[in-house]
Design a protein around this ligand. Structure first.
Ligand SMILES: [Zn+2]
Length: 165
């Protein structure tokens, strides 16, 4: 069993938004890909086991256990894996779900959405478009103005307080 991944539909088949994208050489193959492209071994070495599981294996932290579900403060929530700014604290709200919830991303280009049929549900998975990290899911039961709820794992985010304003 050389390949021990139990997630066969991993991170390679997302539609890419070709924007500000740098081509990287990985193992001799030229890949016109994401801004941040690393091998599984590199991600595994770089991320904590929990963060690796959530962002690279599409895991989910338990509700009410993450660092940010009840977190307040003005600033930006960045992708924990690549540092891209993904969500603004102005769009964070208390959904009661136990996960940090936002009604929109900083920029639609920053995230990718894809249908997810795992766990016998039809959901929409949200990933970081820069590095492909799994972030969480988006549901259509959020507040106005979008009516969307981006239900994101705390472990996929890194909060940076806004000190300028
Ligand atoms: Zn990222």
């Amino acid at each position: 069993m050389a390949n021990k991944s139990v997630y066969p539909t991993s991170d390679i088949c997302y539609p890419l938004k070709m924007r500000n994208i740098i081509s990287y050489q990985i193992e001799g193959k030229s890949m016109a890909t994401r801004k941040v492209e690393k091998t599984d071994a590199e991600w595994r070495a770089e991320l904590s086991p929990e963060v690796y599981h959530i962002t690279r294996e599409k895991g989910t932290e338990r509700a009410f256990t993450g660092a940010y579900w009840d977190h307040k403060g003005d600033g930006v929530y960045r992708c924990v894996a690549c540092g891209e700014p993904l969500f603004d604290s102005d769009t964070k709200y208390d959904s009661g779900s136990g996960w940090p919830s936002f009604y929109k991303p900083i920029d639609d280009e920053k995230i990718e959405e894809e249908e997810d049929h795992s766990l016998w549900m039809k959901r929409t998975e949200v990933t970081c478009s820069s590095c492909g990290a799994h972030l969480g899911h988006v549901f259509e039961d959020g507040p106005q103005p979008t009516g969307l709820r981006y239900c994101i794992n705390s472990a996929a985010l890194k909060f940076e307080e806004d000190r300028d304003e």
